[in-house]
Ligand binder design. Structure first.
Ligand SMILES: [Zn+2]
Length: 377
């Protein structure tokens, strides 16, 4: 891999606890990453991981973009007007100093756990209209690798994670594509990055038709390791696609996903994070086959064969930073400490209320309280 200094923005990082700050920053500094986007998911015990992300941005205001997760409580408490509540919450998040919105709600496992209406249901309409009208950047996780729906093809590790979706109790992936494309047909200018290549890395022609149809649609390179095996199956076709859609592809790694999904105690691990960077950069920059020197979570073991597509420098610069900056802004938006303190107070109240509303959902306010103290005058 070339080691020349280039400007790098990681557009897809998870940050499950404010105490992970130094570990994350050290990893990214060591790897030459200049800026990052934290994508926030809902949390069962703490409702929201937005305060943790804002805390990180408080320390690194020029480097950290925050994509706030929606407060999912309207789905449980006021489902008939959830879309209006979400539209309002977009203003709340942007008022705190968020740079955009993250939705993980299209992951089949999440859709099973929460009463999420179809994305093209009228309930959601005010929310999509708001995002499109205000041109709010959205990073949206829709579906998962298609083999997760296929009992013959689902990898053993995915089954272990509870990501086998073919038993009829999960949303169907094609159904979900249909819903999301309906939303885009209503709002063709929606400013969106579909995470993980929209899980269409094995169907590049199909993905290309969507990119042609919706001018503000982007895709990120965050593994889904299957993406890199799919690309390796026909590197020339992959390379042609990357050249054709060089303005629509965004670098991202999912660093921090493991600490979020499986092992919070271990925090964000350097080795696993470096493997993520190596998979993506190796693919973009190497010419020909390459092997990983780092070991990653869900990465197919040391024998996995990858294949690079050796992109030219000007295309790499677009994928590594220019496309993201055009999408989310040259610099992160400023924070509003007063509004953050207010939102932390509201979250504390909500966490305690949800514990009553949903017994067994023991609320944890420790981190939101710490973040509130940090931003308090
Ligand atoms: Zn992710």
């Amino acid at each position: 891999m070339r080691t020349s200094q280039r400007k790098m923005i990681d557009g897809h990082i998870h940050f499950a606890h404010y105490a992970y700050k130094n570990a994350l920053i050290n990893i990214l500094k060591g790897a030459g990453v200049d800026k990052l986007a934290v994508v926030c998911t809902p949390d069962e015990k703490r409702l929201s991981l937005v305060p943790d992300a804002l805390h990180l941005k408080g320390h690194y205001p020029d480097q950290v973009y925050v994509f706030g997760g929606l407060d999912i409580s309207p789905l449980l408490m006021t489902p008939d007007i959830a879309g209006e509540a979400f539209a309002h919450y977009v203003d709340v998040l942007m008022g705190l100093g968020a740079d955009g919105i993250k939705m993980i709600e299209g992951k089949a496992e999440i859709r099973k756990r929460l009463p999420i209406p179809d994305f093209d249901d009228p309930v959601y309409a005010p929310y999509w209209a708001k995002l499109a009208h205000d041109q709010i950047p959205l990073i949206f996780h829709v579906n998962d690798p298609e083999e997760f729906w296929d009992s013959e093809k689902v990898p053993a590790w995915a089954r272990e994670m509870g990501w086998y979706y073919g038993d009829g109790t999960y949303i169907d992936n094609e159904d979900q594509y249909r819903q999301v494309l309906n939303v885009l047909d209503r709002h063709p200018d929606l400013k969106v990055i579909f995470a993980h290549f929209f899980f269409l890395s094995a169907q590049l022609d199909r993905l290309g038709t969507y990119l042609d149809r919706y001018p503000n649609m982007h895709i990120d390179l965050t593994p889904g390791i299957e993406m890199y095996f799919n690309f390796a199956a026909d590197p020339q076709k992959a390379r042609d696609f990357f050249l054709q859609y060089q303005n629509r592809i965004i670098y991202g790694t999912d660093i921090g996903a493991r600490a979020l999904l499986t092992d919070r105690a271990a925090g964000i691990e350097p080795e696993e994070s470096l493997a993520r960077i190596e998979v993506v950069r190796g693919f973009l920059e190497n010419e020909g086959p390459f092997k990983l020197t780092h070991t990653g979570f869900l990465f197919g073991g040391p024998k996995a064969a990858f294949h690079g597509i050796g992109l030219p420098d000007d295309v790499l610069d677009k994928i590594y930073h220019r496309n993201f900056e055009r999408f989310a802004g040259q610099t992160p938006k400023p924070l509003n400490p007063e509004a953050i303190v207010e939102e932390c107070e509201r979250l504390e109240t909500m966490i305690n209320a949800m514990a009553v509303f949903q017994p067994g959902m023991a609320g944890d306010t420790s981190s939101v309280s710490a973040v509130k103290a940090y931003f308090s005058p």
